[in-house]
Design a binder for this molecule. Sequence first.
Ligand code: GRF
Length: 190
Amino acid sequence: MKKIAIFASGSGSNAENIITTLANNPDIRVDSVFCNVPDAYVLERAKKLQIPAFVFNRQELNDPAHVLGQLRERQIDFIVLAGFLWLMPSAITAAYPDRIVNIHPALLPAYGGKGMYGARVHEAVIAAGEKQSGITIHYVNERYDEGNIIFQARCDITPEDTPDTLAQKVHALEYKHFPHVIMEAISKLR
Ligand code: GRF
């Protein structure tokens, strides 16, 4: 049995989709949700789904005795970043090599990096006149959006698309693929 912690900062629709999709998997358990925003909607979702949730501030994230200590105490095997907006400190990336994945709502290496999140990504993609966008799931290192890519999926952009409609297309790809890519990555763990 492998235990997952999900880190999220916002709405948490991916977190909810991962929790419900993996609920019947006998080999994986979503153990907990970690969140840096005290009023984020992901905390409501965790409560509804009866998953323990922990809120932390930046200092607690960066203090190896705090968030990393909790992950160790709870014997977390694998970490999923699902709309988590802070950089993972090197103490955590070093403790979980190839055991942290992130989802990015565009086709990295384009449209990534610090400050490129949420609507800003879709606005930039449309402003650049791209014909396609998509999702990238990648391992996490101590730099934003630069770890090895595990999986990408694409969607077409039509002339009628707005950042909102593109966001909907990208979310649909996220819900379809992210839980399965997580299962696959976990099945490769020793
Ligand atoms: C997703 O689009 C994800 O790709 C990005 O942040 C968004 C999170 O949405 N990293 P939600 O909180 O899961 O609804």
